[in-house]
Design a protein around this ligand. Sequence first.
Ligand SMILES: [Zn+2]
Ligand SMILES: [Zn+2]
Length: 339
Amino acid sequence: MVMNRITDLSIENNPLELVTLPDPVPGEREILLEVTTCGVCHTELDEIEGRTPPPHFPVILGHEVVGRVVETGTGTNQYKRGERLGVGWIGSACGACEYCLSGNDNLCPDFKATGRDIHGGYAQYMTVREDFAFPIPESFSDLEAAPLLCAGAIGYRSLKLCNLMDGQQLGLTGFGASGHLVLKMAKHLFPGTRICVFARSPEERQFALELGAEWAGNTEETSPEELHAIIDTTPVWKPVVEALNNLAPGGRLVINAIRKEEVDKEYLLKLDYPGHLWMEKEIKSVANVSSNDIREFLLLADKMQIKPETEEYPLEDANIALMELKNRKIRGAKVLVMK
Ligand SMILES: [Zn+2]
Ligand SMILES: [Zn+2]
């Protein structure tokens, strides 16, 4: 399923096209994967609608890829044929800059994103640099593993960036694929922490309560207690301003979004310095995901037995899955299955 151009999804519902391409050939230090599943991420909407446009077309989207090694290129030695590997948003980085050398290859100026700068996993085959492919623990099915690679790994990074201590209160604004995994993770890592969820859809709020949230309310509601950290996984601005209202002194709002939409940007004019920012409240963004995040998170997910809720679609229904995501018809993570 290839993307040929930027599309306005409010006008057109079929942004991707099903085509037959030659099988890719692994280059130096690359391996060829036969893809079995690929998660559908909100970032694909950002690419399709031009908020983080691919640099060239056509491009194959998809960065929550699970597949098996079918061929290894020259200079590879880590994996053998038949091994099951996962690929996330980080497709490659330089390996030599100050960010790469300090474990923050997500900030590398030469960062290449899977399924944007290089072809991704909305396909039967893809190539990947072997040092950016990660073994998947056996306890996960291909379907369960896909959302862990982005929503899960970046949720893990967001939670790390919260600097939360057990017993402090956590908020989540938005409750899609990443939000529900963060809730499960937070309950495991911080058993004494109470979690409040802000979501505009009643279904999402109900889902949060079923998964163990202490409280769930609408975006502009006030949480029953002040929160030490809040993770925002929404694509818009209103939840950012509203979240700052609920933040405790010294608290940190972590925005986990690659881009924010322009639709409600004027909401930022409601930002009130004493109410929203004073008392040392902080705002921090999350950029990409490092290779360490993916590696660490897959081990944590195995230990915790985090099983994401998934909805399954055949590859050729990628446009349907994307439009449902666009229209916030979400219950768990959407995953494309290749056969
Ligand atoms: Zn993603
Ligand atoms: Zn680098």
